[in-house]
Design a protein around this ligand. Structure first.
Ligand SMILES: C[S@@+](CC[C@H](N)C(=O)[O-])C[C@H]1O[C@@H](n2cnc3c(N)ncnc32)[C@H](O)[C@@H]1O
Length: 256
């Protein structure tokens, strides 16, 4: 497979979105994403059973749903926004076929996780793999998750890299300086446009928000979640230099 590399800081691989097999090749050959999720299975396996219902939010091509279905044979709702023409549903079904798993009892839903609180179902496990960093209003999401999750259920954030406070502060300072000078020479350039109202830095190229670890912790606390941050020890890309490792956050509603 020939992946095209483009961009300065970000590595963008264009071919990967064309088919489920391209995407799976990319995940397997270039990243540790699957290994990191498999690492997590061992920790949650004793708590999960096949009767449980799962929600995969921001499922993309649904490889996480496929792994969970293979392991636990659960009912799964898999939601993604990026499916105006239903192509992601096809890719998701193809992904299940690549894993040689039936997609019976799996619903591929075109939906927005910003409005997920509108769902009338409840779940035993809600998963977000490499997806929560696309959320603008993290607190609203936590409120919705609380509503959708059974009392003993789990909310599992997979393959993220919550930014440490010092690094996050450094990002902000760099950004302020960058924006300040741009604004000085180009008055039409809006100051601080990459910082969201809740202080989360936004990367317009990737559509990612950098969520500081302490913001996560604060929001888990005020939304009454117990949480555990688990470091998989695996860096995201196999060959590219990255100074962070893929982390998982396992959350459960507090018992009073
Ligand atoms: C980095 S991809 C990860 C996809 C998949 N979970 C994986 O690990 O391969 C992030 C996914 O979140 C989806 N997404 C972004 N914003 C969303 C929203 N507001 N509602 C639902 N899905 C969204 C994107 O369409 C994309 O498929």
């Amino acid at each position: 497979m020939n992946w095209t590399k483009e961009g300065s800081k970000a590595e963008v691989y264009h071919d990967i979105w064309c088919s489920a097999s391209n995407y799976l090749d990319f995940l397997e050959q270039k990243t540790n994403n699957l290994n990191a999720v498999n690492y997590m299975f061992d920790r949650i396996e004793p708590s999960l059973g096949s009767s449980l219902k799962i929600l995969d939010l921001g499922c993309g091509m649904s490889w996480t749903s496929a792994l969970f279905k293979k392991k636990f044979n659960n009912k799964i709702d898999s939601i993604d926004l990026y499916d105006g023409d239903k192509i992601f549903h096809k890719h998701s079904r193809d992904m299940f076929e690549l894993f040689n798993i039936s997609y019976e009892n799996v619903n591929f839903i075109h939906g927005n996780f910003n409005n997920v609180g509108e769902l009338s179902t409840t779940y035993d496990l809600i998963i977000m793999t490499s997806a929560i960093h696309h959320i603008y209003e993290l607190n609203s999401l936590m409120i919705d998750i609380n509503k959708l999750l059974h009392n003993d259920g789990f909310f599992l954030i997979l393959n993220e890299n919550p930014v440490g406070h010092l690094k996050y502060s450094w990002y902000l300072i760099k950004n302020y300086i960058h924006d300040f000078f741009l604004h000085l020479f180009k008055p039409e350039y809006k100051l601080f446009k990459q910082i969201s109202h809740c202080g989360i830095k936004y990367d317009p190229t990737l559509g990612d928000y950098y969520i500081p670890e302490r913001r996560y912790k604060y929001l888990f606390d005020i939304n009454h979640f117990d949480y555990q941050i688990i470091d998989s020890g695996l860096k995201q890309y196999i060959e590219l230099y990255t100074d962070h490792t893929l982390k998982h956050i396992l959350c459960q509603k507090k018992k009073f």
